[in-house]
Design a protein around this ligand. Structure first.
Ligand SMILES: [Ca+2]
Ligand SMILES: [Ca+2]
Ligand SMILES: [Ca+2]
Length: 406
């Protein structure tokens, strides 16, 4: 278990949804204007949440993930008579279209992939599904790659990308743009926000740029809770909104940080912070958070599993208040001290764990829910977590991997 999970609090953004109700009592014209404004804000909730423009399978190992950051589903409907929303590169050519009528759930995703090279199609998705593309394309988006793979060439240009509320290229203009991300090497401001994220030196590495859901810009030396509380940052400044990670902790020009790409599609899990939630508490609330059985430090060396200095186990109880059956409980790690941690800061690597039976629990609620006997003191089984792969993790598991229970 982990120190930092997706936060499950409701966000202030819920305020505008409530505003929609209060508009019902206003004069009709004002109401219409306000509703149009609300529709605009809802569309702006569609953001590019993660992408990469090359990978271990080469220049075409690309994916682009779109995210609905609103509290309500978004039904795609182009602003003109075109086929849907387009994701275009700064060469002005659309790579994929989200067709009209597509419903992207609240906090849900839509994934576009380059089918020539995309190598993460078996990344875990939803129940029995994987992160295959909801839409595909076959034209490379140049991003600093060696044009022929033979070396000795100037790198290809690094193109930015943008999402438009139309698929008509003639209408790829700022007024129709929903979001954009590009590097400092991109000259066209239509295809980036702010100065752009750092331009990457091309290596065939498993990496991605993702919108920071923590709010620390990927810093592994900043302690305390995540200011962004699990909601991907969009301050319209790519340089601070996006974080670079790769599975080797490579220094490629955009910060050195061990982590994993996490492409998500329409089938992928959705953070349950809208409506009924899954509540979280200590395994034993009669004991402070830093002591067993809530936190257990085991100094046993296990170098073969990246635990040279032992392990830390964090134990929590989760209650399903959704009213629906859950097939699996999954967590995404969004903040962790890890490689390359400076001296004095722990280099932590999440890993798979097995179930353990814990005795001496004095928490009446835990005992009533799952204890033997059902009254305190009791014994309870704490389930382990399984790190979900690919991508393969040659250096031990890292920030942003999914971990599942059940
Ligand atoms: Ca590319
Ligand atoms: Ca933006
Ligand atoms: Ca993702």
């Amino acid at each position: 278990m982990f120190a930092n999970l997706w936060r499950m609090k409701r966000r202030a953004r819920g305020a505008w949804a409530r505003n929609a109700w209060t508009q019902a009592r206003k004069p009709k014209r004002e109401r219409l204007l306000r509703l149009e404004a609300l529709e605009g804000r809802q569309l702006l909730a569609l953001i590019i949440s993660e992408f990469r423009l090359n990978g271990p399978a080469g220049a075409n190992d690309e994916f682009i993930e779109i995210y609905n950051s609103a509290d309500t589903p978004i039904t795609v409907a182009a602003a003109d008579a075109s086929a849907g929303f387009a994701l275009a590169a700064s060469d002005g050519v659309a790579r994929f279209i989200i067709p009209n009528g597509t419903i992207i759930p609240a906090r849900g995703h839509f994934l576009g992939v380059n089918s020539v090279g995309y190598s993460l199609a078996s990344y875990p998705g939803g129940n029995g599904t994987t992160a295959t593309g909801d839409a595909t394309y076959t034209t490379n988006i140049p991003s600093g790659e060696d044009p022929d793979g033979g070396g000795g060439n100037p790198p290809l240009p690094r193109l930015g990308i943008a999402l438009f509320n139309t698929s008509n290229p003639a209408n790829f203009v700022l007024a129709n743009r929903l979001d954009a991300v590009g590097s400092t090497a991109e000259a066209n401001t239509l295809y980036k926000e702010g100065t752009g994220h750092p331009a990457l030196t091309f290596f065939a590495i498993d990496h991605s740029f993702y919108r920071d859901p923590c709010g620390k810009q990927g810093s592994i030396t900043t302690f305390g809770p995540c200011p962004a509380d699990g909601v991907p940052n969009d301050t319209d400044n790519n340089a601070v909104d996006f974080v670079f990670v790769d599975t080797n902790g490579t220094s490629a020009g955009a910060g050195q940080r061990l982590g994993a790409p996490g492409p998500e599609n329409l089938s992928s899990p959705i953070a349950l912070d809208v409506g009924p939630i899954i509540s979280r508490s200590l395994l034993d609330s009669t004991v402070v958070v830093g002591n067993p059985p809530n936190k257990v430090r085991d100094f046993t060396m296990d170098a073969a599993n990246n635990s040279t200095f032992g392990t830390i186990a964090l134990r929590r109880r989760f209650v399903n208040n959704t009213g629906a059956a859950l097939t699996r409980l999954r967590f995404r790690i969004i903040d962790l001290t890890t490689f390359p941690a400076p001296s004095g800061i722990a280099d932590l690597r999440p890993r798979t764990s097995g179930a353990v039976v814990v005795a001496g629990i004095n928490d009446p609620a835990t005992c009533a829910a799952t204890g033997t006997p059902a009254t305190a003191p009791c014994t309870a089984t704490v389930q382990g977590t399984t790190l979900e792969q690919p991508p393969n993790q040659p250096n031990g598991e890292t920030v942003r991997l999914l971990a599942g229970v059940g």
